[in-house]
Design a protein around this ligand. Structure first.
Ligand code: DX5
Ligand code: ZN
Length: 223
């Protein structure tokens, strides 16, 4: 549906020494600032966290969305909400009972999303579609920016989108990993409404221009 798409600029590959300036550079075209939080257990790296959310919060009015690549994600919800995070996406693979985790996100005052890795069948998220604000489909192994998108994600987006539409739900489908100007349209055609991009924005020669083009593609406009 034209006009409904969003760009989520992932700060993982921004120059973090100048984070507020980096966000300012792209925020005209980024509806969401995507913050990758990693604990060194669910994924090998450690990255970002509550203090980064709190530091950035005064400098942007864009939605701050945390992608929690951590075990026991619910133990961080209150501190992240206090720091100014608005939406949290946890990994289905990291929790025993996603329904309980969704409830805990809501109780903390956070929007709630569920994320699945490429290896997790899309059927696993179907029971939660009417309880979340978004479903995020990884198109890389979580943990690192700069990887190549796995095209196996496209039919997975189509499967989730078909079920959302069949049930008349109004939730976002996000794709995260390897999204670039030259493959983003394929993801949107499959049914993604949010394009998450780190290196496709911040490692580009002109981050603002790439953000503009990606957002136009997300919106179904000619870029
Ligand atoms: C990886 C993160 C992604 C990452 C995307 O685990 O979840 O959000 O920042 O990086 P790119 O867009 O470079 O693949
Ligand atoms: Zn992410």
């Amino acid at each position: 549906m034209p006009g409904m798409g969003k760009l989520a600029a992932s700060i993982l590959s921004a120059d973090l020494a100048h984070l507020a300036d980096q966000v300012k550079l792209v925020e005209e075209h980024a509806d969401i600032i995507h913050i990758d939080i990693m604990d060194g257990h669910f994924v090998p790296p450690i990255a970002l966290g509550t203090v980064v959310v709190a530091s950035l919060r005064p400098y942007t009015d864009r939605t701050l969305h945390g992608h929690l690549m951590v075990e026991a994600p619910e133990s961080y919800f209150d501190e992240l909400a206090d720091a100014g995070l608005e939406v949290v996406s946890f990994h289905h693979e990291a929790v025993a009972d996603p329904g309980t985790t969704i409830d805990k996100a809501r109780a903390a005052g956070l929007g709630a999303g569920v994320t699945i890795n490429m290896q997790t069948p899309t059927d696993e998220v179907v029971p939660y579609l009417d309880r979340v604000d978004d479903v995020m489909l990884m198109s890389i192994d979580p943990g690192w920016s700069g990887q190549t998108l796995d095209p196996g994600v496209y039919p997975r987006i189509e499967q989730v989108r078909a079920e959302i539409d069949r049930r008349g739900l109004d939730i976002d489908v996000e794709i995260d990993g390897g999204v670039k100007v030259d493959n983003a349209r394929r993801a949107v055609d499959a049914g993604a409404t949010v394009l998450v991009s780190a290196s496709g924005v911040f490692q580009a020669a002109n981050p603002a221009e790439n953000a503009r083009v990606l957002r136009a593609i997300a919106n179904g406009e000619a870029a």
